[in-house]
Ligand binder design. Structure first.
Ligand code: G4P
Length: 527
């Protein structure tokens, strides 16, 4: 197979959902279909219990296991599928945003009973911003839920996504009879089954919905289905692959992940229509997967489970060319070459040494503390991938040293955890105090715990009431100076020396914006 064929057969995507909608279950079933795992339950453990905000054992376990499960690759027919895992807990939303920078498409899981939930709204907004093609999987049809039309309306209204159903449910809850798979013209009869993989047996190819088989298999439910389906054909646009790839329309499938139902329909269609690896923008030019020279970027850094070896794994998405083991690659920010003897790939949920990797693949490289999220590797060209920003955090605390003898360890630990993207560090100019900014409270506990266990440093957090920390720029140096003087106590720097405005309240932010129209306030670190 040549390089171009290798690129075109790759599907690198992320599954996103509000916690509990069934992301883990669906991931697991996709892996079962792909032959990557043999028993259900293997992925399950990769989840922080939603209730356990201070269950450190769980956090540790999650970190360890998810090194292997952060990326799960498998072969499916002619396709190579790479699933990027995203944390379910809302406090790790930023981690999910960053993972999305490496995804070429997304599957959104929605609970049929709950409809569109808060976390889904946030994540879909990021996908739309990046124009990532999205597909929806409406899950848990074996349970009573919202009417299918109502649900699709909700997706269109709340998420502002135009949809087109490629399958349609027949009944729901205890009356769930199956789905009509419009994409493949098949009638899938529902059978409760969480272990059997081959659901083909219950799939019947049909000419159209008028087929007598509907009456034979569904009885009275057939007429009701036909009535509904007529509406479906009238209301929703015909599916056009181009529209989906442009992010203008989202195909929808219905099923029950727990029962393995509708999962193969989803996977078959997904592999056929989902985009292969896409071009990515750098500050110099756009890199195409077909370009011959290797380029890639780090989108995630993971600390290793072994606390005695402070090694980390950086996850590199291959953007162009071919990544090869033991070849020198240029790290553009550090301005030096690196050679990797033991790069890993994540096939069949096992870590394996990789000899070569193609665009769309994720390679794990060992990191001894040199790398940061967003770092670019090339074959010598000086350029940096863009679009891997930090987001303005929403929770803040001062971090203090609780053991004066260990201040060096503490500082090192803080910086390394920030490079990993656990949280963001700001230094308040007025008092030189360190402020940690996060999107959720759980990160503070993670930081304290990891500083102690990995760096032998004791830290103490002090509450700090802030609304937002945002990046500020101004073309007029005089105006910037004036702004900083007027807002002295609310000025800080991030770890790269960029200017930050610490807004105490929504009102103070608004007032600052009104009073200083020349100063630009940015809510993402890339501007
Ligand atoms: P998440 O990763 O999105 O947070 O969700 P997860 O897959 O863990 O699923 C959340 C719960 O919903 C789980 O139950 C799971 O078994 C259940 N579930 C997933 N898909 C379906 C489905 O198609 N039908 C039904 N009825 N339930 C489904 P749990 O009780 O929280 O966990 P567990 O004890 O079953 O592991």
């Amino acid at each position: 197979m040549d390089r171009i064929q290798e690129i075109h057969r790759r599907r690198t995507f992320a599954i996103i959902s509000h916690p509990d909608a069934g992301k883990t279950t669906l991931t697991e079933k996709l892996l079962l279909f792909g032959g990557a795992i043999r028993v259900a339950g293997a992925v399950k453990s990769n989840k922080i219990k939603k209730t356990a905000t201070s269950d450190f054992m769980e956090i540790e376990r999650q970190r360890g296991i998810s090194v292997a499960t952060s990326v799960m690759g498998f072969e499916y027919g002619e396709y190579k599928v790479n699933i990027l895992d995203t944390p379910g807990h809302k406090d790790f939303a930023e981690d999910t945003f960053r993972t999305l920078t490496a995804a070429d498409s997304v599957i959104v899981v929605i609970d049929v009973a709950k409809g569109v939930e808060q976390q889904t709204e946030k994540l879909v907004e990021v996908c739309k911003m990046r124009k990532i093609p999205m597909m929806f999987f409406i899950n848990k049809l074996d349970r009573p839920g919202l009417d299918a039309f109502e649900l699709l309306d909700e997706i269109e209204l709340k998420l502002n996504c135009k949809v087109t159903p490629l399958s349609w449910p027949i009944g729901m809850g205890i009356d769930f009879k199956g789905v009509y798979n419009k994409y493949e013209s098949k009638l899938d009869i529902f059978a409760k089954n969480s272990q059997v993989l081959n659901d083909e047996g219950a799939s019947i190819t049909v000419e159209s919905t008028d087929d007598k088989i509907f009456d034979d298999k569904l009885g009275e439910a057939a007429d009701k289905f036909r009535e509904e389906y007529e509406l479906v054909s009238g209301v929703y646009d015909e599916f056009e692959k181009e529209d989906y790839l442009n992010g203008d329309i989202c195909p929808v499938f219905f099923g029950s992940a727990l029962n393995n139902f509708g999962v193969r329909d989803l996977l078959n269609c997904f592999t056929e229509i989902a985009p292969h690896p896409q071009p990515v923008e750098t500050d110099l030019k756009i890199m195409k997967p077909e370009d011959e020279k290797f380029s890639g970027f780090i989108f995630k850094i993971h600390a290793n489970i072994d606390p005695n070896h402070r090694s980390r794994i950086a996850f590199v998405k291959v953007v162009s060319g071919v990544f090869e083991r033991n070849k020198n690659y240029y790290h553009t920010k550090l301005n030096r070459n690196f050679k990797f003897n033991n790069p890993t790939s994540f096939m069949a949920s096992k870590k394996e040494i990789v000899e070569e990797a193609f665009p769309g693949d994720i390679v794990g490289i060992p990191d001894t503390g040199n790398f940061k999220i967003g770092d670019t590797f090339t074959e010598g060209e000086k350029m940096n991938f863009v679009g891997i920003p930090n987001f303005a955090p929403e929770k803040f605390q001062y971090i203090e040293n609780a053991d004066p003898l260990k201040s060096k360890q503490l500082n090192k630990g803080i910086l390394q955890l920030m490079d990993e993207g656990v949280a963001q560090l700001f230094i308040r100019t007025a008092n030189n105090k360190k402020i940690i900014g996060t999107v959720g409270n759980l990160q503070f506990e993670v930081i304290k715990y990891r500083l102690k266990h990995e760096y032998s440093a004791l830290s103490r957090f002090e509450p700090l009431s802030l609304y937002r920390a945002c990046w500020i720029t101004c073309d007029d140096d005089k105006k910037m100076k004036e702004f900083k003087q007027k807002n002295g106590f609310f000025i800080a720097e991030d770890k790269n020396g960029n200017d930050i405005f610490l807004a105490e309240t929504a009102w103070s932010l608004q007032r600052a914006q009104e009073k200083f129209p020349d100063v630009k306030f940015h809510f993402k670190s890339e501007f």
